[in-house]
Design a protein around this ligand. Structure first.
Ligand SMILES: [Zn+2]
Length: 248
């Protein structure tokens, strides 16, 4: 028995997985930029820009862990130039959430780069159109064009590039409320990734993620991917996520 009364299981490829009363638990990690930035960073963006060493330690810890999902946000060029070869070396698959409206800007992926990731077997998802904060969109009739661009056009554009359905979304800045959730549900999104931290229920529509940050030390993979928080902590994380989901 685990601390929450569940039975430990083996994952599909022999890695550890856990079963609790409500199902299996997964951990989702988020990478933004890696190595030397190829563009001028936005305010505060340096705090989530990690070194190649940090990235490699994260990937090494994810090998043999089917319960760990590695995700990339923001469509930075380092996804392709640093991320992809190191994922391939380790036989790992990852999920890339790309702001379609920023493709081809300096330091970002272009259409070719997105196709390369997709051809290599990576999952391509949407990170909206222009990396706007979705909570500050005008959800009334006046904002319909912008909402359509963020929720629908962004996905359609990536679908045209890859020739595949794009049904997953990672919320820019992890900023969401009931308008965002309702719109994503209504437009047929199959999975919504947040930045709420903590463990997520495997297969759930809403998936919390934990971002790796520039000042995270070498113990980060152990702390985030191995040390399981107690049931109390997980309940608090989930209550916080439910509150966000329904705020208006
Ligand atoms: Zn982002």
């Amino acid at each position: 028995m685990t601390e929450d009364g569940g039975v430990p299981l083996m994952g599909t490829d022999g890695g550890p997985a856990f079963m609790s009363a409500s199902g299996r638990w997964s951990i989702n990690v988020t990478v933004h930029g890696i190595g030397q930035p190829a563009r001028r960073l936005d305010d505060g963006e340096d705090q989530i820009w990690i070194s190649v060493e940090q990235f490699e330690a994260l990937l090494d810890a994810a090998v043999g862990r089917p319960d760990v999902t590695v995700t990339f946000d923001d469509g930075n060029l380092s996804d392709l130039e640093i991320g992809l070869p190191r994922l391939m070396d380790r036989g790992l698959k990852a999920r890339f959430y790309i702001p379609a409206g920023l493709l081809g800007e300096p330091g970002r992926l272009d259409a070719w780069g997105v196709r390369e990731l997709h051809r290599a077997g990576m999952v391509i998802g949407s990170h909206g159109w222009a990396h706007r904060d979705w909570r500050s969109l005008d959800w009334g009739p006046g904002g319909a064009t912008e909402v359509e661009e963020e929720m629908v056009q962004a996905r359609r554009h990536l679908e045209q590039l890859t020739g595949s359905d794009v049904t997953e979304v990672a919320v820019p800045f992890g900023s969401y409320d009931r308008h965002v959730v309702r719109s994503l549900r209504r437009t047929g999104v199959t999975r919504m990734y947040t930045s709420d931290g903590g463990w997520a229920r495997t297969g759930a529509w809403l998936q919390a993620r934990t971002s790796i940050r520039a000042d995270d030390g070498p113990d980060w993979p152990q702390r985030v991917m191995v040390d399981r928080p107690g049931l109390g902590r997980r309940s608090r994380d989930r209550i916080a996520a439910v509150a966000k989901r329904f705020r208006g």
